[in-house]
Design a protein. Structure first.
Length: 67
């Protein structure tokens, strides 16, 4: 087992059921969505939004209208 620091800067948000592996960090005001995985050593940039397993940029899907 390896141990290391995990850093969440001021205003960072970590969604429920998410996991951050050792040596990773989430920048100021950044968001990691629910059930997401931040891999070892990854640094989530300040003010950005990420989600997925492993994380990738969070893109908003356009709403569709049912006929």
């Amino acid at each position: 087992m390896q141990l290391d620091t995990v850093r969440l800067d001021a205003g960072a948000t970590l969604g429920p059921h998410s996991v951050v592996l050792p040596a990773a960090g989430i920048g100021t005001g950044a968001t990691v969505g629910p059930a997401s995985l931040v891999m070892r050593g990854e640094q989530v940039p300040t003010g950005s939004r990420w989600s997925g397993n492993p994380i990738a940029p969070w893109t908003a899907e356009p709403a569709t209208v049912a006929d």
